[in-house]
Write a new protein. Sequence first.
Length: 127
Amino acid sequence: MRRAVHLKVRGPPGQLPPPAGRGAVVADVAKLSAGRERYYLDEVAHTREDYDAGKGESPGRWVGDTAERIGLHGEVTKGAFLATFAGRNPATGELLGREHPSNGMRGYDVVLRPVKDVSLLSWVPQM
């Protein structure tokens, strides 16, 4: 099940709000259930041309302190994704936390994107 959540992105306290039309994003949130690994792997575009033609999503990238701390950087490979989905460190195979139940939820897929009016404004010529 996917849900769209509208968010307003704000800066640090005391900072002025962004100009109208800026800072608004939509977060698409979906549960990552056991057995859905193939779906996510099949949705990745294999070439830049495929991505530009709308035939898949861009590959994931490792970000954040935890990824850096355990030596993960750059593009997420198929093997690393499968290991992470199984709750294992992709670099060592070590279990991260407790064992997942075979039919359990693995995590959340969160995609942030601008609201439609912001993305449409990018196509309006500047005068």
